[in-house]
Design a binder for this molecule. Structure first.
Ligand code: BYC
Ligand code: FE
Ligand code: FE
Length: 475
């Protein structure tokens, strides 16, 4: 399935055969571009950036690399290929053919899921818009912009579904996606993490590691959907997501590597005076971003989640791999909750616990990431281990929202929490220190003091490749 690039909106959904839909999307396109210019990356819009663009959706050739000015990026609509005769894999409609149109009674629920997913995409672009000015290298600058244009494309993916399947209210929702603002007091983005600030590059790497990873798990669950266009849309989005997770994991890993190098060179664990970020500070950033991302999975017990599943709209991670009846009417799942000052496990209906089931997949995946960072530390001969805080730590959604849980999983009083918060979360001084390191490094092949170079470049290019052309623009 190749992509029609001659069209105003590149797509593999035969947009040219549907004039009304095409016109509606062509009317939305300039509004998207206005939003991009106003709230997308600050500066650099007229610069040539070495970006990949999707030119086909099959595994081999979907990415083509070349210099592009960001506003000219070919944002388009790409669905993964039909996976043969897909039947619905779970819930009350298990075994029925997947829907090509939305069953009437699922409309409102499905729209809500799509809007929630869609809302996160422009939100993250808004959160990251100031980072270009303080890039640690051209290589990292390019990766930031790659992530940004692809989050923009993820917005297109959801907007396509809204326009194609939800009529007038879908078009209104598509407009509203360009109107909410990350961090706004009166019209904020829908989910908590997407209203936080991403003030520095350590936060950016943590965000792409932990928060984009929520994206991976949510998209994978929606990729199981009985609504086939949503499933195929999300399957293609996941191929792009992999790069975002790479940017996060390797970004944090390179900060860790540089810190270890400075620790050994100067025989100290306080590397800040040598332009590095202490491992203790990195641990606090992990605590912050991990806890805010855990909230994105919703409450441990959720009738919403149960309904999504039973209705066949949102499955589990790798649904076919689960060895059960895929309806879960009888199954149970152990869920943690606070009870008289302790954390206990209680057996709950699995159907209600699906948010927690997905969160547990995410937690295991996050643990593997931390283990890879610890390997960098061990290989450097440094005696320190990073770790994920307890899942009840600093939660604003779900069972733990009304208690104070330490990273080790002890419930403490509000007073003790307040007294000790600075041990666990970045203090203003630490954030300011990290901020003070954020000085732009823009000569090809050079890197800021606080981060190691990557092992290799992008798309087989050398590390000192000119990933973003910053030479003076001719008047
Ligand atoms: N913040 O029944 P509950 C990505 C609300 S990231 C604020 O427990 P449910 C990306 C909830 O809406 C992936 N509010 O929740 C990453 C509900 O509201 P109502 C994004 C929250 O519905 C990086 C109430 O609390 N995709 O792609 O089972 C860069 C009760 O909640 C939050 C999706 O999320 C929160 N954290 O699950 C770029 C997939 N959590 O009913 C992109 C679509 C819950 O009282 N969304 N609430 O008004 C969903 O599947 C579900 O909406 C959620 C929540 C899993 C998010
Ligand atoms: Fe995304
Ligand atoms: Fe992403």
């Amino acid at each position: 399935m190749s992509i029609d690039y001659s069209a105003k909106i590149p797509n593999n959904v035969s947009l040219s055969d549907n004039r009304r839909l095409k016109r509606a999307l062509e009317e939305w396109q300039p509004r998207f571009l206005d939003w991009w210019r106003e709230l997308g990356p600050e500066g650099f819009q007229q610069r040539d950036v070495y970006l990949r663009t999707a030119t086909s959706v099959d595994a081999q050739g979907w990415a083509t690399f070349g210099y592009v000015k960001m506003p000219e990026y070919r944002w388009g609509i790409f669905l993964a290929e039909h996976g043969g005769d897909r039947g619905i894999g779970f819930g009350e409609h298990r075994g029925e053919p997947a829907w090509q149109e939305i069953p009437g009674e699922q409309r409102a629920t499905l729209r809500r899921l799509i809007v929630t997913q869609g809302d996160t995409e422009p939100a993250s672009v808004e959160q990251q818009r100031h980072l270009g000015r303080t890039c640690p290298s051209l290589y990292d600058l390019r990766n930031l912009f790659q992530v940004n244009v692809e989050e923009g494309r993820h917005l297109w993916a959801m907007v396509y579904l809204l326009h194609a399947y939800f009529g007038r209210d879908g078009r209104e929702e598509a407009d509203a996606l360009l109107e909410r603002r990350s961090g706004s007091a009166d019209n904020p983005r829908i989910l908590g993490a997407f209203n936080e600030r991403t003030p520095d590059w350590l936060s950016f790497f943590m965000f792409t590691h932990f928060t984009d990873r929520d994206g991976k798990y949510q998209l994978a669950s929606l990729a199981e959907s009985g609504f086939d266009p949503l499933a195929r849309t999300c399957r293609f989005m996941l191929t792009e997501e992999a790069h975002h997770l790479f940017v996060g994991e390797f970004g944090v890993g390179r900060v860790v590597a540089r810190t270890c190098e400075l620790m050994k060179q100067h025989q100290t664990d306080r590397v800040s005076e040598y332009g590095g970020i202490d491992l203790a500070t990195i641990q606090k950033y992990i605590n912050f971003h991990y806890s805010v991302s855990l909230d994105l999975f919703g409450s441990e017990l959720s009738t919403n989640a149960a309904n999504y599943y039973s209705a066949g709209l949102k499955g589990r991670f790798k649904e076919p791999a689960h060895d059960d009846d895929h309806r879960l009417a009888e199954s149970v799942h152990k869920v943690l909750k606070p009870e008289s000052g302790r954390i206990v496990a209680s057996e709950e209906p699995a159907l209600l616990a699906l948010n927690e089931v997905l969160r547990e997949e995410y937690i295991s995946d996050s643990e593997r990431g931390v283990e890879r960072w610890n390997k960098i530390i061990r290989n450097a001969g440094v005696d320190f281990a990073l770790k994920l805080p307890h899942r009840g730590f600093r939660r604003a959604i779900g069972n733990f929202k009304d208690v104070h849980v330490t990273p080790d999983g002890d419930i403490v009083s509000a007073e003790e929490w307040q007294r000790r918060e600075a041990e666990w979360l970045p203090t203003t001084a630490e954030r300011e220190f990290v901020g003070s390191l954020m000085k732009p490094v823009t000569r090809p092949g050079e890197f800021a003091s606080w981060i190691a170079p990557p092992p290799r470049g992008i798309n087989h290019q050398p590390i000192d490749f000119e990933y973003v052309k910053l030479r003076p623009i001719a008047p």
